[in-house]
Structures are given as structure tokens and as C-alpha cells.
Design a protein around this ligand. Structure first.
Ligand code: 5GP
Length: 177
């Protein structure tokens, strides 16, 4: 399989479309089983998770709702570092079974900072589904309930993930050479 170029970098294929789709079917089957008789609300985090959320959702047989949010990160007034807030969350989470959908968990900082804001709304339960996990890079402890692939700490693009805006349209996941 030839290398592809995105901006100034070369990438090699890492996870084929077939293997991605197969794994997503398996994750959906697990969720169908775990949430049988329930009606979870999937909260997919933009931009990167749009393809994963779409394919995961297509493979669900349970009743489920889906919304997309975007996280915005800004420096807080205090010295505590980045504060993460969300744009587009209109649903009230009180009493809901929530599943967060992420493209990739790297250090875990984004979700670690953001989840308390959701928990504050008192959902009945909250789980995390991520397509990719760089477990070697994770610094912030998070319980990841559904993980597609554990990958090494190397930059990846494709299937929704970008390198400086490009590469999201690729059907496979590519790893930097
Ligand atoms: P964390 O807060 O877990 O360190 O980082 C999460 C975010 O970093 C992801 O949602 C994603 O936007 C970005 N990210 C981390 N690793 C990669 C990678 O290998 N490729 C791309 N495209 N984005 C990444």
C-alpha cells in the first residue's frame, strides 16, 4: 500500500476500512447488549468523532438518541490551566444514560477536564466510547468503557481525524511515518 501525504508529512496505512468497520460492529453489539431496554443519549465530540459516531449509530438496534457538541478550550482566570467548555449541548442530562463518543483519547486531559461539567447535571450513568486510545500517552485517569483500538503513541489521521485540517475524509486510519 503506497504512502499518502498530508501537508508536509507522509503517512502509512495503519487500520484498514474493513477492520475499522468490523470493530465498530463489535462495539455496537456490546452496547446493544449493555443498553438493552434502555434509551441512551450519545454525545459525540466534534470534529473528529463524526465518522465513528455515524458508523457506530448505524449499527445500533436499541433505541438511542444522538447529539454533537464541540469543546472549546480557554485559559481560565486562575492559574489552573485549560478550562474546557462545550458548545451545542441542548439536552438536559438529568436522569439520562449518557455515552460520550470520542475519536481518540491521548493524554486524557480533554475528557478529564470536561466530564465533571456533565456529571454536574446528574445523568443516571455515563460511559465513554472511544475509537482509539493511546494508552502509553495517557496521563489523566479515565475509565474508558468501549475502546476500538489501543494504538502506539504516534500521530494518526483519517476516518474523521485531521492533520491541520486535512485527512478527515480518508476511510482508513493512517500513521505518521
Ligand atoms: P487528549 O486531551 O486526550 O490529550 O487529546 C485529545 C485530542 O487530541 C483528540 O480529541 C484529538 O483532537 C487530538 N489528538 C490526539 N492524538 C491525536 C492523533 O494522533 N491524531 C489526531 N489527528 N489528533 C489527535
Amino acid at each position: 500500500m503506497p504512502l499518502i501525504n498530508v501537508h508536509d508529512k507522509s503517512f502509512d496505512i495503519y487500520i484498514s476500512e474493513e477492520i475499522l468497520q468490523q470493530r465498530i460492529k463489535e462495539l455496537a453489539a456490546e452496547i446493544n447488549k449493555d443498553y438493552s431496554g434502555k434509551r441512551p443519549l450519545f454525545i459525540a465530540i466534534l470534529n473528529g468523532s463524526f465518522m465513528f459516531a455515524s458508523d457506530l449509530f448505524k449499527n445500533l438496534s436499541i433505541e438511542a438518541e444522538l447529539c454533537f457538541i464541540k469543546l472549546a478550550s480557554y485559559k481560565g482566570m486562575k492559574s489552573s490551566g485549560n478550562v474546557v467548555t462545550s458548545i451545542g449541548l441542548e439536552d438536559d442530562l438529568f436522569g439520562k444514560e449518557v455515552i460520550i463518543v470520542e475519536d481518540i483519547v491521548d493524554t486524557g486531559k480533554t475528557l478529564h477536564n470536561f466530564l465533571p461539567k456533565l456529571i454536574h447535571q446528574q445523568p443516571k450513568s455515563m460511559k465513554i466510547a472511544t475509537l482509539l486510545h493511546k494508552s502509553e500517552a495517557t496521563e489523566f485517569s479515565l475509565k474508558l468503557d468501549y475502546v476500538g483500538f489501543d494504538i502506539p503513541n504516534k500521530f494518526v489521521v483519517g476516518y474523521g481525524l485531521d492533520y491541520d485540517g486535512l485527512g478527515r475524509n480518508l476511510k482508513e486510519i493512517y500513521q505518521v511515518v
